[in-house]
Design a protein around this ligand. Structure first.
Ligand SMILES: C[S@@+](CC[C@H](N)C(=O)[O-])C[C@H]1O[C@@H](n2cnc3c(N)ncnc32)[C@H](O)[C@@H]1O
Length: 270
């Protein structure tokens, strides 16, 4: 199988995973991702007030909300229609689209904000090149990712409890972790991807986001409602699901860091 075919298959699987997990995402991870979105938008080097901004990989819309609060006019794009349908009456205009082939003309936006979207791409250079194409000259691309070496401990602890219940990572997630996550999870690689995509100036900054993650319930609801876990969790009967949740909460009780580490790429279009 050629690499592009494998990449296309992975993108289709990622789309399927998010199509099937919009309600779960809204009930768990959204609370934490809202904090991440606030940190991302706050990292803009200049005001986004009055700017036309593409919210790329918008999901259930947390970055759009923060952008609107900052005075920007966001337009949302996501691969998964179900994610965009969440509270759609209250959200800015949205359309389904792939970050690696955006449905907009050149120079449409003043800025692109991509909250944890580029880290899903088999080819982040292609995604960053698309962001550059749809952004006007001098405009900003602001993108968040997770550092490969900076996992919050709740991730491993809850996964261990999932495995005790019989969970195995789905195939797409194994591929994602093995081949995709480090393309943006390594700071130098993320910055290099932006240079390769033709940006004029590039920096990757480390930000520690206060996310309330020392609360075990919040951390467990985050991890049990992710696209790679919710299929398994939803398939458990009520008793088994309740036991898993209780075990995971107990396993997290104690000293947990309240914050999580993210990385933000800031790059300007020449
Ligand atoms: C981790 S979620 C983040 C959602 C939202 N930005 C937030 O911060 O809560 C990643 C989002 O990117 C979307 N996504 C993944 N691959 C994509 C692609 N190739 N093009 C557009 N969106 C994509 C997913 O459907 C999902 O909604």
């Amino acid at each position: 199988m050629t690499r592009p075919a494998r990449d296309a298959e992975l993108v289709t699987e990622i789309k399927g995973a998010y199509e099937g997990s919009a309600d779960a995402w809204a009930s768990g991870p959204t609370t934490i991702y809202r904090r991440f979105a606030e940190a991302l938008v706050a990292a803009a080097p200049t005001s986004l007030d009055g700017q036309n901004v593409l919210d790329l990989g918008a999901g259930t819309g947390v970055a759009s909300e923060v952008l609107t609060d900052a005075g920007a006019q966001p337009i949302a794009v996501d691969l998964a229609h179900a994610m965009l349908r969440h509270r759609r009456e209250e959200r800015p205009p949205a359309t389904v689209g792939d970050a690696q082939g955006l449905p907009f003309g050149a120079g449409t936006f003043d800025a692109v904000v991509a909250a944890f979207c580029l880290n899903h791409l088999p080819d982040p250079v292609a995604g960053l090149a698309e962001c550059r194409r749809v952004t006007r000259s001098g405009g900003l691309v602001l993108a968040s990712t997770f550092p490969s070496d900076g996992n919050h401990p709740a991730k491993a602890i809850v996964e261990r409890e999932l495995e005790r219940s019989g969970y195995q990572r789905p195939r797409w997630y194994r591929t994602f972790k093995q081949h995709i996550a480090q393309l943006t999870g390594d700071d130098a690689a993320f910055a290099q991807a932006a240079w390769d995509a033709g940006y004029g100036d590039v920096e990757v900054v480390a930000i520690e986001v206060e996310a309330g993650l020392d609360r075990p319930e919040l951390a467990v609801d985050w991890r049990l409602n992710m696209p790679h876990t919710i299929g398994f969790v939803a398939g458990l009967d009520d008793v088994a699901r309740g036991e898993l949740r209780a075990r995971a909460i107990a396993a997290l009780s104690g000293e947990l860091p309240t914050s999580a580490a993210i990385r933000v790429l800031r790059a300007h279009v020449p």
